[in-house]
Design a protein around this ligand. Structure first.
Ligand code: WQD
Length: 347
């Protein structure tokens, strides 16, 4: 087994991956500044896995901190840390480029210095030009519609060039499609700050009463029911995909690009109907205007993941929506404890 540094390991996909890594006998060190997550997650990871990850509070752009953390016998790194709000990246491009690129540059510079050259990078299907021919293979044309997407694209370039410069590097670029769901325990899950941008957390917040209704962003697309089709993948499948990626990374050299998707597309209406059926809860919705930048259809060709990693997704949308609801129902306000304990200030 190995000792894996997980940057951003307190986040949605990171936390589920840490549970899976611990469950497979790896030791885990989480480096996270908790700017977009909560310390509660660390306790929940330990509770589920029955084993505590080490935790380092800080920013992956802090060179000295990264150097010290890597010196603790790290064998490989999974790099999740980065900002991922598409809309926000359009409004604040410099912050996104600085944060998402500097973090990778500092991390890889210190890994190179320490002679640690095994890295799994959290990339995204957002790097594919839209609309893409479906199913989308790793060789599909690349083009991004947001600074967020371009940071993923540029990080892939940086890492690919690094692998070419030093053949002893082993790098996996994992392109996620639409991660949703939660660990079946309901103890960890997706906890977006503010109003959810993404479909499934918005649905679960409607179901738990935090939102009045769902707005469906357009139903006049060239799809069977007029709503957009996406490749939703259970976060548990993503987590097992990362374990397979680390195992591959520890045994090989060079750079590989792999889609993590199911290969099955589901429309917005299908997701609403599946949620209502599997959870017995009605989701009130209204049809709104199209959301700029949305492609009618996107779903993966997952064959390379099977060929290279021996991995394929196991769960369907009913499992995803059952587990997403189980998490939200048990954690109506996510990880932030409602501040009912806060003593009201005496005005
Ligand atoms: C899915 C469909 C919406 C919310 C995004 C990021 C991508 C990646 C995954 C990081 C679309 C519709 C949504 C709502 C709706 N993240 N929708 N009402 O846009 O495919 O991908 O998350 O890598 O970078 O772009 O996912 O869940 O936002 O939307 O009708 O309230 O649901 O219009 O058709 P998307 P999504």
């Amino acid at each position: 087994m190995a000792k894996i540094l997980v940057t951003g390991g307190a986040g949605f996909i990171g936390s589920h991956t840490c549970v899976e890594l611990l469950g497979h006998g790896h030791d885990v060190v989480i480096l996270d500044h908790l700017g977009n997550s909560s310390r509660v997650v660390l306790d929940r990871i330990s509770e589920i896995a029955g084993k505590k990850p080490d935790f380092v509070l800080g920013d992956v752009r802090d060179r000295d901190l990264v150097r010290d953390t890597l010196a603790a016998g790290i064998d490989a790194v999974i790099h999740f840390a980065g900002w991922k709000a598409v809309g926000e990246s359009v409004e604040q491009p410099l912050r996104y480029y600085t944060n998402n690129l500097d973090s990778t540059l500092v991390l890889c510079g210190e890994m190179e210095r320490a002679g640690i050259r095994r890295l799994v990078f959290s990339s995204s299907a957002t790097v594919y030009r839209s609309p893409a021919e479906v199913p989308v293979g790793e060789g599909a044309p690349l083009w991004c519609d947001s600074p967020y997407g371009w940071t993923k694209f540029m990080n892939e370039r940086i890492l690919s060039d690094l692998a070419v410069s030093e053949p002893s590097w082993s790098i996996l670029l994992l392109r996620y499609f639409n991660p949703v769901g939660a660990h079946p325990s309901g103890r960890i899950g997706e906890d977006p700050a503010g109003i959810p941008n993404n479909l499934v957390p918005y649905i679960t917040q409607v179901a738990v009463g935090r939102r009045e209704f769902l707005t469906v962003n357009g139903n006049d697309y060239p799809t069977p029911d007029g709503t957009c089709i996406r490749d939703y993948i259970h976060v548990q499948d993503l987590a097992s995909g990362h374990v397979a990626a680390i195992d591959y990374c520890l045994k090989h050299q060079g750079v590989e690009t792999v889609n993590l998707g199911t290969g099955t597309g589901s429309s917005v209406m299908e997701m609403i109907q599946a949620f209502e059926q599997v959870n017995g809860i009605r989701i009130p919705f209204r049809i709104g205007p199209r959301r700029p930048g949305d492609a009618p259809m996107s779903f993966a060709d997952p064959s390379r993941a099977a060929a290279v990693l021996g991995w394929r997704a196991r769960y369907g949308i009913r499992d995803m929506l059952r587990d997403a609801w189980h998490w939200q129902q048990a954690n109506p306000t996510g990880y932030q404890q409602p501040d009912i304990d806060r003593v009201p200030s005496a005005d």
